[in-house]
Design a protein around this ligand. Structure first.
Ligand code: SAM
Length: 237
């Protein structure tokens, strides 16, 4: 089980990898159920930002079951799209989905904190709902900066801490009470769906993530949408 932020990075990484491996078979179903399908719309917005500069080589990191990689390949069929993740059962589902759709996407196992790619290998990197889970944000950003070619673009789609005010409180109620209950019931892994709201509460505010990205070398801007529950950070190097 993934514990709190006091956990050592290597332990957190192992626990996250195990958790996603366990929930892989139910991951897509729960995504659609818990977000009422709007998660695909969020990925679409991020994918459009990622392909704006017509990248030839795109990495979808923390690709999970591959939804973002599949979308990128559909939107930019000429581009080489690679999906990478450290949880093999998630990748296996991504591979099956790509095969079914006849899309040519290599899915490979990789750790975001030590990417097995040479410097300047990609023109764009996307990370949808994966960055929050990394055990060391600064190390991940350094790796992302390294594998992006000059002029490249990083797009991070994430759940920031819930907004303040009435809507934020309602959302918190849903996120902290309803979601873990449904998630636990359907996935058979209640702790995984308790981890989700906990990790969101601990995640840096958008302004702080922007500062971290700038420290790593990215020129960064962000936008927040869906009432403040999702943020897209765009970093150009
Ligand atoms: C919430 S899922 C997101 C999956 C997918 N991007 C999506 O949009 O549905 C987070 C993914 O991040 C992966 N992940 C977490 N830490 C990672 C790391 N250090 N290296 C590679 N993948 C990682 C997990 O295995 C999991 O598949």
């Amino acid at each position: 089980m993934v514990k709190d932020s006091s956990e050592k990075p290597a332990e957190k990484a192992r626990a996250v990898q195990q958790m996603f491996s366990e929930i892989a078979p139910r991951y897509d179903l729960l995504n659609r159920l818990l977000s009422a399908g709007i998660d695909q719309r969020w990925r679409f917005i991020a994918a459009q930002a990622a392909i704006e500069k017509k990248p030839r080589r795109i990495l979808d990191l923390a690709t999970g079951t591959g939804d973002m990689a599949l979308l990128l390949k559909r939107l930019a069929p000429q581009a080489e799209v690679i999906g990478a993740d450290f949880a093999l059962p998630m990748l296996e589902i991504a591979r099956q989905k790509a095969r079914k759709l006849g899309l040519e996407i290599p899915f490979q196992q990789a750790d975001a904190l030590a990417l097995p790619f040479p410097d300047a290998r990609f023109d764009a990197v996307t990370i949808a709902f994966g960055f929050r889970n990394f055990a060391d944000y600064d190390q991940a950003l350094a790796e992302l900066y390294r594998v992006l070619a000059p002029g490249g673009r990083l797009c991070i789609l994430e759940f920031p801490p819930p907004p303040k005010g009435g809507f934020g409180e309602l959302y918190r109620l849903y996120f902290q009470k309803v979601l873990p209950w449904i998630g636990g019931l359907v996935s058979g892994n209640p702790s995984a769906y308790r981890y989700l709201p906990e990790s969101v509460e601990r995640f840096p505010e958008p302004q702080t993530l922007k500062a971290k990205m700038e420290q790593a070398g990215f020129q960064t801007r962000y936008r927040i949408f869906s009432g403040g529950i999702v943020a897209l950070h765009i970093g150009d190097n």
